[in-house]
Design a protein around this ligand. Sequence first.
Ligand code: SAH
Length: 456
Amino acid sequence: MSRTLPVQKNDILDIVFEDLTHEGSGVAKVEGYPLFIPNGLPGEKAKVKVVKTNKNFGFGRLLELQEKSPYRVEAPCPIYKECGGCQLQHLNYEGQLLVKHKHVQDVLERIGKIDAVVHPTIGMNEPWRYRNKAQVPIGEQEGGLIGGFYQQRSHQIINMEACLIQQEENDDVVRKVKEICQKYGVKAYNEERHKGELRHIMVRRGLVTGEMMIVLITRTNEITNKNKVVDEIAAEISGLKSIIHNVNNKKTNVIMGDITNVLWGQETITDYIGDVKFAISARSFYQVNPEQTKVLYDKALEYANLQGEENVIDAYCGIGTISLFLAKKAKKVFGVEIVPQAIEDAGKNALLNDIHNVDFAVGKAEEVIPNWYKEGNTADVLVVDPPRKGCDEALLQTIIAMKPKKVVYVSCNPATLARDLRVLEDGGYKTLEVQPVDMFPQTMHVEAVAQLVLSV
Ligand code: SAH
């Protein structure tokens, strides 16, 4: 027989919000049973109605706020609720940084039983207009091109003129490109019928250099009135360095397809993080908030505490960003990354910066690094920056066997960070410090970097 739940559907309750979910919903507990309620903030008291119950958690609707959080504000963006790209605009920035700090601390304690200093989140001075990249889906409404975002949990495109976390120049460019495509009769892609032409407009802007790239992603190999469209875009947009055409003729949510051609200008734009220069192509991964990326990498470098004599491994190195940062202070850096194109970019970036004490290898970190170790190679410092799912167990076991003196763990997901730190602690490491860095203001995402030392 199933246990009776402490709440039933349609119950009306007085609750206190304790926490936030990853989607930014408030969490309240009734006799330990969590209820997720949109728009509630930690510390707030409210009257709520239970709308759905599952075995281990339920959902509710906020009826009345009885006590407001001192951090609550009116969300500045007019389309905040429909869009879903941001989750924390109704919380002021001070409150956001506190929530992220508490989240990292709680998760490390609960999931990893990790007892380490978690520093206050490092935020931005100006937590708006930070993104360097926009990827805008294009649709049609009453014969005109619209572009903006998919409405939450749907594939309905809503038009958007401004995105408050996007660099303002990107908004302007998207608007102009939409107008120009409209003027020359470029049709929008229709997802349901898999017909039409223009699927997405992507814009990327170098924060330091101001260089811009526009990518037109189409289903078709041809673009209607291509030359006129390209000439007018090139004439209209200042700072433009590159117009790229990418063809994606598949029925898929993946934005880019396999064919990429330069329509105008260069194949790449450049940008700097600190004094390291990067060439960025249409397909390369590049952090979307370079200002905070610098803060994060500086912290990683500080935690690595290099003296110039160390061999360093940078696992999950992408286009070599962290590797090149570390190379200036290390004897040698070995980067490993699964995407061959990223490793190609990493090699080019090393040359661009005249950095020669780095080597990059393509492959899975959990296969390449154990092989290196079997061949007798070790590292003094090992840096990992894995995707959300965290490090593979085989990699963690190799780290434990290899015994680098320091491990620096850069993480975009506190839950897998906590899980992996526990494995490393059981294997003889001690987590000394953890620094959350706010790379994505107004959203629930948080990055953190942890410093571990060998303690046995
Ligand atoms: N350190 C880089 C990239 C971090 S993102 C930066 O800061 O820019 C994580 C990277 O891990 C991605 O580039 C992804 O392609 C790569 N990756 C994912 N799984 C991997 C695996 N099993 N082995 C090696 N790299 C992997």
